[in-house]
Design a protein around this ligand. Structure first.
Ligand SMILES: *[C@@H]1O[C@H](CO)[C@@H](O)[C@H](O)[C@H]1NC(C)=O
Ligand SMILES: *[C@@H]1O[C@H](CO)[C@@H](O)[C@H](O)[C@H]1NC(C)=O
Length: 171
């Protein structure tokens, strides 16, 4: 009885860890229900305000929903100048899912003339995964996520099995 309870607990523990791993990649709708549009003149900073409330992790995705418009990823210089002449990424299919595949900054602008100037632009900061202190930049997130979770799970299982085996006299 006790043993099966123990196994259930291990099972639940490990399931939760996997659950954590799955949930770890999130998809965000840019601008929530508004989508990706030219902001109102009295609220030109809505996208950076939206982004600043999120904690983006590597492999999260952001979805842009829009009508006759486009999404570009540009350099920081081109972002500041609203320069759409040399995008790193371009999409205008109305439903762009962009995967944040690295840490650091991504600079988004609308490629439609005049829209970026009116505030249809956004900087996304993707948090760095926690690394050994040597390469730390003082900016690491509070929780370290998937890798740590699976390590703790896989190291606990053999340990508990060993204890159980010992207690029923197999060792
Ligand atoms: C901005 O203006 C719109 C329409 O003119 C109004 O509905 C909205 O409440 C205003 N937003 C803010 C933050 O003042
Ligand atoms: C945009 O960038 C290109 C390439 O660097 C440059 O030639 C052009 O003058 C820039 N345009 C503006 C409006 O800054």
């Amino acid at each position: 009885m006790k043993r099966s309870l123990l196994f259930s607990m291990i099972f639940i523990f490990c399931s939760l860890q996997h659950f954590t791993v799955v949930v770890h990649s999130l998809e965000y709708d840019v601008g929530d229900t508004k989508g990706w549009v030219v902001p109102q003149p009295n609220a030109t900073d809505i996208y950076n305000e939206w982004a600043s409330k999120k904690r983006f992790q590597i492999d999260d995705s952001i979805r842009f929903k829009y009508g006759k418009d486009s999404v570009m990823v540009v350099s920081d210089t081109d972002y500041k100048a609203c320069n759409s002449t040399q995008p790193i990424f371009f999409s205008n299919n109305g439903n762009t899912i962009f995967k944040l595949d690295r840490s650091g900054y991504f600079y988004f602008i609308s490629g439609v003339s005049g829209h970026c100037e009116r505030g249809q632009k956004m900087i996304i900061k993707v948090l760095a995964v926690e690394e050994p202190p040597a390469s730390g930049d003082g900016n690491t997130p509070a929780s370290s996520g998937a890798a740590t979770a699976s390590i703790s799970c896989s190291s606990i299982v053999p340990m508990v099995l060993l204890v159980v085996a010992g207690s029923i006299g197999l060792l």
